[in-house]
Design a protein around this ligand. Sequence first.
Ligand code: CUA
Length: 163
Amino acid sequence: MATRRSTLYLWELAWILPSIALPVGMLAALAVTAFGAGINVTGDAGRVDSTKVAEHPLFKEPGVVETAPGQYEVRLVAQIWAFAPNEIRVPAGSTVHFWATSRDVIHGLLVPRHNINVMLLPGQISHAQARFETPGEYPIICHEYCGIAHHTMAGKIIVEAKR
Ligand code: CUA
């Protein structure tokens, strides 16, 4: 009888320990990605009347602005089916802040492997930032279905080698 009881105890332990370890592990993974790797939900950086985007100080002239040495601001407007600007040039080692919105429907803003993955909602200003260390060409992709020519909606970031 004693043997049977201790076997049951071991079976219980075999179930209880993973059921504690799993949520603790997931919480640790969440903490590491959120605070260590800086992966988090993009906040709402402000509002804009989607019918008056062209009058907003941030989006009057879409483009790239150097705000400090090595710091760039991209003022980006999405509309069917293009990004303005659709070509961004920065030197290697730059930190790029994207301020973006949509003039019409929901678009996406994705720069693969650079922690930029944002929905662009009409009426909302979105902000995301990334550092571009390696020279090369990186795509800017709309990854929210926005109509018949959604698949053509893309741009590029050209990271130039430092002179
Ligand atoms: Cu814009 Cu899909």
